[in-house]
Design a binder for this molecule. Structure first.
Ligand SMILES: [Zn+2]
Length: 117
């Protein structure tokens, strides 16, 4: 007879406010799934396409802090970086409370090279 009901652990099934079900033995109300979903938002690289992301990672630009030390021109020279990526980077920087990518050099001349003599 299986009279003995196995309750090996004290983990209980919990459901978070977002409907995720998870087991927790502690009283900690933190949902691991929500935690996981929160991470990508902090990572601006997840906003970018693979080529742009690789270009930044190749240069070690994996944080917005690091990114803020680059100028737009420098970012654009990275292989795989497109002009459509810049607004995303600027937007991510703003949301993170960081200054925008510094315009170390003027980008106002759109018609060719800016020749300074
Ligand atoms: Zn959750």
């Amino acid at each position: 007879m299986h009279s003995q009901k196995m309750t090996a652990n004290k983990q209980t099934l919990k459901t978070c406010i977002n409907g995720h079900q998870f087991f927790k033995s502690s009283v900690c109300p933190t949902c691991p799934i929500c935690e996981e979903e929160r991470k990508p938002k902090d990572n601006f690289l997840s906003l970018l396409g693979a080529p742009a992301r690789r270009a930044l990672e190749k240069d070690g630009i994996t944080t917005l802090e690091k990114l803020s030390t680059y100028s737009e021109k420098e970012i654009l020279t990275l292989h795989g970086m497109g002009k459509s990526t810049l607004p995303k980077l600027n937007d991510a920087s703003t949301k993170a409370g960081l200054s925008l990518i510094k315009n170390k050099l003027n980008l106002r001349s759109k018609n060719g090279d800016n020749t300074c003599t």
